[in-house]
Design a protein around this ligand. Structure first.
Ligand code: RIB
Ligand code: CA
Length: 312
């Protein structure tokens, strides 16, 4: 039985690859809807980019919703320096023709969680957690109905990528992350600790291009563009392909490993705002609230990704 999921996203090249992986894997995940949030680029672009990706996947019937255009309390911080002005820089792209749903993303999340049987829908946030936290604030009853939250965000041994202490998705809306981490919903986190081990090496990008399809070409050009920032910054052999780790975990969890520990987030200090403090060594008596993933079989991950993208 495929898992029913809602992908909450701020496309972003890595978000785009995560959405393609999900849409290419109907035996593993049934995408009930894609909800866009402001993050890498402003909301008008993230909702447009989500539709571009669905059309590229040949799935224009996918429901795409626009959600929150700013964090709960803080001013929106975007990442055009990483993703480019469009948020999907790299290849030239046509405007989408598929419609954006009229319903607000938060209303869609609330309605879906109330209508689907309890414990059967997984939320997959791969951007700032503003939509998820807003839904929990407006409809606290749905928290008990969520099967699981599998999110990309945070970091512990790896530190941060937008400040020395904080990872981007958490940093943009730390208050939203705090609401999600305290929600009591089962959480699996894909932090920088694991995504920094999933690097788009030259061989892996050429494997995307070697698929020989429009999807393969677009993904190769997106990852080519996306990686230039991280190589310069980290001097690494490629860029971390963050968001697809969430979907790959749903398909082949055995590729990943981690620990169920307590994770809390800094919401007041200017120095460490958005830092996720994972009690990896269990030195406190704070209750574990997240499966914090620290490792991945990177070759297995990219083999899965390339095999599934070739289906589209
Ligand atoms: O820090 C990485 C995260 O921030 C990824 O989700 C990327 O798309 C950006 O949103
Ligand atoms: Ca993202």
């Amino acid at each position: 039985m495929p898992r029913k999921i809602i992908i909450d996203t701020d496309p972003g090249q890595d978000d785009a690859v995560a959405i393609l992986l999900a849409l290419a894997s109907p035996e593993n995940v049934e995408v009930l809807g894609i909800t866009a949030v402001a993050g890498n680029v402003p909301l008008p672009l993230t909702q447009k980019n989500a539709r571009i990706v669905c059309e590229l996947a040949g799935k224009p019937e996918t429901k795409v919703f626009a959600g929150c255009d700013a964090p709960l309390e803080r001013t929106l911080v975007t990442a055009e320096e990483v993703h480019g002005k469009t948020g999907l820089d790299g290849p030239a792209m046509a405007d989408p023709t598929m419609p954006l749903q009229d319903q607000h993303a938060v209303d869609f999340i609330i309605e879906t969680m109330r209508n689907e049987p309890a414990g059967t829908v997984t939320l997959c946030p791969i951007g700032p957690l503003t939509n998820i936290a807003t839904a929990f604030n407006r409809a606290p009853d749905i928290k008990a109905r969520v099967q699981e939250i599998v999110l990309m965000g945070g970091g512990y041994f790896e530190g941060g990528n937008v400040t020395p202490a904080a990872e981007f998705n958490i940093y943009v809306d730390p208050q939203a992350a705090d609401i999600v981490l305290r929600s009591g919903v089962p959480i699996t986190m894909m932090p920088l600790d694991v995504t920094h081990k999933a690097l788009t090496t030259r061989a892996r990008i050429e494997a995307f291009r070697g698929i020989g399809t429009e999807v393969g070409r677009m993904v190769a050009e997106w990852t080519d563009f996306f990686e230039r920032f991280d190589i310069e910054k980290y001097g690494s052999d490629g860029a971390p392909l963050h968001d697809p780790c969430v979907i790959a975990w749903l398909i082949r969890p055995e590729l990943f490993s981690g620990r169920h520990v307590n994770v809390e987030v800094e919401t007041s200090s200017d120095l460490t705002m958005g830092m996720t403090v994972a009690d990896w060594w269990r030195v406190t008596d704070r209750a574990p609230n997240a499966m914090f993933i620290g490792d991945v079989d990177a070759d297995g991950f990219f083999d899965l990704l390339t095999e599934r993208l070739a289906r589209l």
